[in-house]
Ligand binder design. Sequence first.
Ligand SMILES: NC(=O)c1ccc[n+]([C@@H]2O[C@H](COP(=O)([O-])OP(=O)(O)OC[C@H]3O[C@@H](n4cnc5c(N)ncnc54)[C@H](O)[C@@H]3O)[C@@H](O)[C@H]2O)c1
Length: 300
Amino acid sequence: MSALLDGKVAIVTGAGRGIGRGEALELARQGAAVVVNEFDAEAGKAVVDEITAMGGQAALHVGDVSEIDDAKALIDTAVETFGGLDALVNNAGILRDRTLVKMTPEEWDAVIKVHLRGHYAPTHFACEYWKNNGRPGRIVCTASSSGLLGNFGQSNYGAAKAGIAAFSTIVALEMARYGVTCNAIAPAARTRMTEGAYGKIEGGDGGGFDFWHPDNVAPFVAFLCSDQAGSISGKVFGVQGDAVELYRPYESAAVIENGGARWDPADFADRVGELFETSGIKPEIENPMRRLRYSMTKRA
Ligand SMILES: NC(=O)c1ccc[n+]([C@@H]2O[C@H](COP(=O)([O-])OP(=O)(O)OC[C@H]3O[C@@H](n4cnc5c(N)ncnc54)[C@H](O)[C@@H]3O)[C@@H](O)[C@H]2O)c1
């Protein structure tokens, strides 16, 4: 029986554990040869061994995706080992949660680097490969509801993740002419990352569908990497449990104009309320994570 990704070559970054591990295993299960990138060599090797033990093809690339030379070597590993590249799943990520006033420059830089440079660098070399070789490609980026909505204590992480959603949309635009699609997911799952940040997350104790299991993110990612998803690009999806959501992009919700003349700042006191009345959006700060359909934590 043919599988969704027979004959394809895919890369998953940060695939040694958590969501990336589930993605690497699913892509292999669907027939792809998979390059497992990870900066923790032992965790990466364990996933390669799992894939080969189930009869799949995998290669290990140990490196930091946010380093330009490592990212170049990652794309080269796919091409040299498996003869090409069809899909890149940018997944690697870290958290350094802290409220802004307490956040050190190191905590800011580390998160921005791993996520934003860690998306830019492999995507840059993958797109260069597809453009130069006249081959179509698939990119899946990993954003987060923290970036799309905004989560307390994550100004670094949320800024990076919102940046990734924008990055993904723009890459989709630029690469459409070469037959390359690019989409972003905002996953949610019980992993080292989320249990480190929020404590124990329910499930995993056997019996019934384990909604927050990290392997639940992978099936939709495998689909996005397939030929069947060729018409889907520049979109952001929420993925968790058995639920796949489509996020609506930022859109203008209301407008006020000043009759073709430059505004006087004093006039806004009378007019700005129209924006909120027309749109139904409240002017005060709210907890935006309350808008999540599916939440791992009880959010006050
Ligand atoms: N778990 C969630 O609920 C959730 C929610 C939103 C977004 N995400 C995103 O999903 C992705 C995976 O998260 P996870 O929960 O599986 O975390 P995780 O910590 O379980 O796994 C992340 C993996 O990435 C690796 N990694 C980190 N930086 C790397 C780098 N520079 N180069 C190579 N490998 C690197 C780590 O060693 C680790 O194995 C991340 O981008 C994360 O921000 C996760």
